[in-house]
Design a protein around this ligand. Structure first.
Ligand SMILES: *Cc1c(COP(=O)(O)O)cnc(C)c1O
Length: 458
């Protein structure tokens, strides 16, 4: 057996990376007010801002794009899309949507409302926003140990079943709109959820008559962890594992921009006929007719192909091993990070990386800016810039953690790109005790991380 794991694809088409010097990047970052979201993409060398919608499509998917049937109703591409999703999810009703949050809006607007309560392992930000927009309550129940660095504890994405039962009893089952299990747990560090945890949750939901929804954006990546780290699954295929997990839920929402290997798309799937009818009515008013939702025929064709490709053994092996490779190399360098490494991203603990930068000077923003200055690498602060709030006296209430996420796009970068990222961290390690943080010069009232302006301190 070879030790070297190669990318299981050849490159048929290339997209240039525009190289830059540290001096040029200094200027670009100043122009962007020290907010990497405000950089132009051609000023970035390696873009690890997100894994959402950034996948490279296969030759087969591009061929599907040309085959796309753009008929308004009953298109062949719709039939292919629908059948693929039925085969994998087992659900009877499939509603195409333009992306994940549209599926969430349709389902959670219908289920939500002022008296309603949603429970999740961790609500993703668009999930929480769509729920709170209906004035319902969104409660997070991550299992213990979520935030600790404990490499031996897999399935840190699990939901805390005790806490879920407590909430169901406290509010009464009739007020619980749904329990949402997100796999992998994106906001919880991309950590996987075990089948045992999903099954126990399904039993509990059945017992109380509560709807169980699977947010299945990264269900293929989650299946990898179950096969390799949960007892009793090593002989099953990734697809079979995903099918088993789908069979536990009553409905699913999907952002195809993740594990369907496309740049845009999503779906909503369920078994209940009445719920499907209600949701289809909203779909037709706000997204599009029932056989295309917000999608072109060619988009549905590419999703149908990508959602099959993602379960291939060689693909998932490359995908998870290459993410782990980055994390473990950084760990060897002494970079503090969340372990075990999740499926789609590596999360750096910026507070531990820059021990001398206080929380109110945003160590995560410093690290994101330094990765850009020294390597042209774009990452995403997930700390007090994104989640910090102010108390009445205007003092910062920091986030739980100061993290920087390196999200790895699927099939886009090679190992040498990642070695370059690792080398950049080695350079930053030398400067850990010399860097200062930022103050905020401008911020909007909501979602400030996208557009805030920063001023470097010293
Ligand atoms: C990306 C994501 C969504 C939202 O999907 P969009 O396609 O970006 O609208 C919902 N849930 C999770 C867990 C996600 O990662």
């Amino acid at each position: 057996m070879h030790k070297t794991i190669i990318e299981p694809f050849r490159i048929k088409m290339v997209e240039p990376i525009y190289m830059s010097t540290p001096d040029q990047r200094k200027q670009h970052l100043e122009n962007a007010k020290y907010n990497p979201f405000l950089l132009h993409s051609d000023q970035v060398i390696i873009d690890l801002l997100t894994d959402s919608g950034t996948s490279a499509m296969s030759a087969n998917q591009w061929a599907g794009i040309m085959r796309g049937d753009e008929s308004y109703a009953g298109a062949k591409s719709w039939e292919r899309f629908q059948q693929t999703i039925i085969d994998i999810t087992g659900f009877t009703h499939i509603l195409p949507t333009h992306q994940g949050r549209a599926a969430e809006r349709i389902l959670y607007t219908h289920l939500g409302g002022p008296e309603k309560v949603f429970i999740s392992n961790t609500h993703f930000d668009t999930t929480r926003a769509n729920i709170e927009y209906t004035h319902a309550l969104a409660l997070d129940c991550p299992a213990d140990g979520n935030i600790h660095d404990n490499e031996n504890q897999y399935f840190k994405g699990n939901i805390d079943l005790h806490a879920v039962e407590g909430y169901i009893r406290h509010y009464g089952p009739e007020r619980i709109a749904a329990v949402i299990l997100t796999v992998t747990n994106n906001s919880g560090g991309g950590q996987p959820v075990s089948m045992a945890n999903a099954r126990a949750l399904a039993h509990m939901c059945q017992q109380y008559g509560v709807l169980m929804v699977l947010d299945c954006c990264r269900i293929a990546e989650n299946a990898y962890f179950i096969k390799h780290f949960e007892e009793g699954y090593s002989h099953k295929t990734y697809r079979e594992i995903a099918q088993e997990m789908f069979s536990l839920a009553d409905a699913a929402v999907m952002s195809a921009k993740k594990d369907a290997l496309v740049n845009m798309g999503g779906f909503l799937a369920m078994n209940n006929d009445n719920l499907a009818r209600e949701c289809t009515n909203v779909l037709i008013i706000t997204e599009g007719y029932a056989t295309y939702g917000g999608l072109s025929g060619r988009d549905m064709e590419a999703i149908a192909i990508g959602f099959e490709e993602v379960f291939r053994e060689d693909y998932l092996n490359y995908r998870i091993k290459s993410t782990t490779y980055v994390g473990e190399k950084l760990h060897e360098l002494g970079v503090p990070l969340i372990r075990p490494i999740g499926g789609h991203a590596v999360y750096i603990d910026a507070k531990a990386f820059y021990p001398l930068i206080p929380t109110h000077e945003y160590p995560g923003q410093r690290l994101a800016c330094d990765l850009y200055l020294f390597g042209g690498i774009r990452s995403c602060e997930i700390g007090s810039v994104m989640f910090g709030k102010y108390d009445n006296a205007g003092k910062l209430i920091p986030a739980r953690q100061e993290l920087v996420r390196l999200a790895i796009p699927r099939r886009v970068y090679t190992q040498s790109h990642m070695d370059y990222v690792i080398e950049t961290f080695a350079m930053l390690m030398e400067l850990r005790n010399q860097r200062r943080g930022f103050s905020i010069a401008y911020e909007p009232p909501l979602l400030r991380h996208f557009t805030a302006h920063f001023v470097p301190l010293g």
